[in-house]
Unconditional design. Structure first.
Length: 396
């Protein structure tokens, strides 16, 4: 998805908000219908039946009829896909959508003339019931756009994302293999010795965020003051999110261009970031420390980095079992937990080899990935020649 910053007028913004409300309303109705379904009774209505019910509802309620049928039907289509993902055991069960969180809608059947370039940095997209809405033309819009999604984040910013099939980055053909060890203190340590840090909030921004959080606690629920404070908090956090995403994009592109094979740890991040608070009957232990670790993992973009690497370098990313990678000496192969002196220091108890602990783990990941590449290529760790036809991959 290629995302751009929308610049709607106040009147257009009001209509876009109505579209978001209609999409949320239709989605929540679909969630409620399926919540009453139980095994052994009549099946819950599918997409076709829900579209028929939507037509009846639009005929009866003028406020719903005033909205876009495309927006409302696509909300049902998204719900049907979400249920398919749930039954396929790849995602969680769809839940209710709240106002102000995850707002957005999708438009399909986009015609070639529905997106146009006005000037160097300004473009327009045609939105049903809204008209032409300007957006910042920060880079070229992909050709052959068939659909797009408009979203509003917690900071009140509008974006449009065009669905496109991007071309993967071709391997350099040098045979270079790199291992990437992801951490909390160091976002990504490479086997080359490079230490990469994901940018976060500056000191003054952290101070402002803390002050706003304290202000939020004192604000009365439902008051205008509380709403303004929440918006201010969202704007500060949006800066951190934008910087992290920008770092992930630049880092993944750099790695895909420099190396033929990229080895990463096969980490179960969802399980690693699960809360430790437990239940009332069985309370968790070290809850505050675990919460801090979870924030550190998420702030370093572990999952997004590997996802974007797999998008940009399909078939060249090797997921390696992380077991013992931080305890094994890359120089002699001796494995001992005592060799890991601290978070950053590794000193082998067998041969005395001393190196940064994260770099040592990255080198172990690199060696395993290189061995897999050799086995997969029948003795050659090199990728296919650079003049091969690129395979297209739809980015998530």
């Amino acid at each position: 998805m290629s995302r751009y910053r929308l610049q709607p007028s106040p009147a257009q913004e009001a209509t876009l908000a109505e579209h978001c409300g209609h999409a949320r309303y239709v989605w929540n109705l679909a969630v409620e219908q399926h919540a009453h379904w139980r095994p052994g009774i009549k099946a819950a209505p599918g997409f076709a039946e829900q579209c028929r019910q939507l037509t009846e509802a639009r005929a009866e309620f003028a406020w719903l009829r005033a909205g876009s049928i495309v927006v409302q039907q696509q909300a049902l289509k998204d719900f049907a896909q979400a249920m398919a993902n749930f039954f396929g055991k790849t995602h969680r069960r769809p839940t209710w959508r709240r106002r102000g969180r995850g707002e957005g809608f999708r438009i399909v059947a986009v015609k070639p003339g529905d997106v146009r370039h006005l000037s160097r940095n300004v473009g327009e997209v045609k939105v049903p019931k809204v008209g032409w809405v300007r957006f910042r033309w920060s880079r070229a819009v992909p050709d052959g756009v068939r659909s797009y999604r408009i979203t509003r984040d917690a900071a009140g910013r509008w974006h449009v994302a065009f669905a496109a099939v991007p071309e993967p980055i071709l391997a350099p053909g040098t045979g270079e293999v790199v291992g990437v060890d992801r951490g909390v203190a160091v976002s990504a340590a490479l086997s080359t010795g490079e230490m990469l840090e994901a940018p976060g909030l500056r000191g003054t921004e952290k101070t402002r965020l803390l002050r706003l959080l304290r202000k939020l606690v004192r604000a009365k629920r439902g008051s205008n003051r509380r709403g303004k404070v929440k918006t201010a908090i969202a704007k500060v956090k949006a800066r951190e999110t934008d910087r992290r995403k920008d770092w992930v994009e630049k880092t993944s592109t750099d790695l895909a261009r420099r190396f033929d094979v990229i080895g990463v740890e096969d980490l179960k991040i969802a399980g690693m970031t699960r809360s430790a608070k437990g239940t009332v009957e069985v309370p968790g232990r070290n809850v505050r420390q675990k919460a801090g670790l979870n924030r550190g993992i998420l702030a370093n973009g572990w999952g997004r980095l590997v996802t974007r690497l797999e998008h940009k370098a399909p078939g060249r990313v090797q997921r390696i079992n992380p077991r013992y990678t931080s305890q094994t000496c890359n120089a002699c192969g001796h494995r001992a937990a005592e060799s890991r002196e601290s978070q950053s220091r590794f000193a082998c108890v067998a041969c005395g080899h001393r190196v940064n602990a994260d770099v040592n783990a990255a080198k172990n990941i690199r060696d395993t990935a290189a061995g897999r590449a050799v086995a997969a290529r029948g003795g050659s760790g090199l990728p296919e020649p650079m003049n091969r036809e690129p395979q297209l991959l739809l980015s998530a």
